[in-house]
Design a protein around this ligand. Sequence first.
Ligand SMILES: CC(=O)SCCNC(=O)CCNC(=O)[C@H](O)C(C)(C)COP(=O)(O)OP(=O)(O)OC[C@H]1O[C@@H](n2cnc3c(N)ncnc32)[C@H](O)[C@@H]1OP(=O)(O)O
Ligand SMILES: O=C([O-])CC(=O)C(=O)O
Ligand SMILES: [Mg+2]
Length: 290
Amino acid sequence: MRRTMLYLPGNNPNMLVRGHLFGSDGIVMDMEDAVALSEKDAARIMISKFLQRGDFGSVEVTVRINGADTEFWKKDLEAVVPCKRLDGVRLPKADSPQVIRDVDEELSRLEDKYGIAQGHIKLFCILETAYGIWHAYDVATASRRVTAILPGGEDLVADLKTSRTPEGTELEWSRRMIVIAARAAGVDAIDLMFPRVTDGEGLRRDAQFSKDLGFDGKSVIHPNQIPVIHEIFTPSEKEIEKAQRIIAAAEDARARGLGTVSVDGRMVDVPVVKRARYILVKAGLEKEDE
Ligand SMILES: CC(=O)SCCNC(=O)CCNC(=O)[C@H](O)C(C)(C)COP(=O)(O)OP(=O)(O)OC[C@H]1O[C@@H](n2cnc3c(N)ncnc32)[C@H](O)[C@@H]1OP(=O)(O)O
Ligand SMILES: O=C([O-])CC(=O)C(=O)O
Ligand SMILES: [Mg+2]
């Protein structure tokens, strides 16, 4: 499950040390934009020390390295790949398939060097330009390591020559594009972080919109954003009960040789059953088909 992935600025030991304790499904130790240029080396060293300890439980542990257009990215990877615990690398400015192939190649070299299974380290690609959004499917399929794609809202609005509004109209098309490309490629879609950390109502609206678009979860920047997003992205008792009734009704109909059946006055056919099964997968009650 990737309902929430909490950003931890890589030069902040207080946040790094406690980051996995707030209940998010994943953490993202950041070496990129949360870290000033003068702090890049300190953040790299600190993050690798925390990864060495490796005691993060079941939280998915990732690091956002600096972009492949910077002088830092190879040093960043060299510092984190050999550590005791690293599940994935979040790659910013991942706007072309060639960038993904370059990073994939470097990861393969490092996995080989340190005796780590090939392909173990997954890639989370942030698309942050109009070009990247346009090529989202090509990015998502550029390497088998790519496990999720994400829109990078703050950078995207700069590239689109606009700014973020409370309604979020300016990013709507990009977000939809990410979901479509992710589903076409068979990877996860993780939505924007919500920047106003004290606006609970705004966060709820935004997270509901993310879920309705089809995202698997969101990036978060503050621990207080986690519970509301989990509430929205976790199927409720009511949804689970309805999904179970739909599946039971469909199975009963099939046994009687019927193609469709009605539940609560709504037609149930194959896609409706598929959606019901997906709710049970999300609730952890069924396994996803390979
Ligand atoms: C566009 C992008 O690239 S986004 C990704 C990069 N950005 C980031 O990583 C930012 C991460 N978030 C943060 O740095 C902070 O949450 C801020 C700056 C947004 C707000 O910080 P503050 O105003 O200090 O938050 P606040 O006072 O509510 O913090 C309350 C507590 O939560 C902790 N906390 C806040 N955010 C986080 C976090 N992301 N991870 C862990 N702990 C956190 C604080 O350390 C503080 O702990 P304390 O009570 O022990 O001192
Ligand atoms: O991807 C994110 O969540 C944050 C980011 O880099 C951006 O908004 O530019
Ligand atoms: Mg960005």
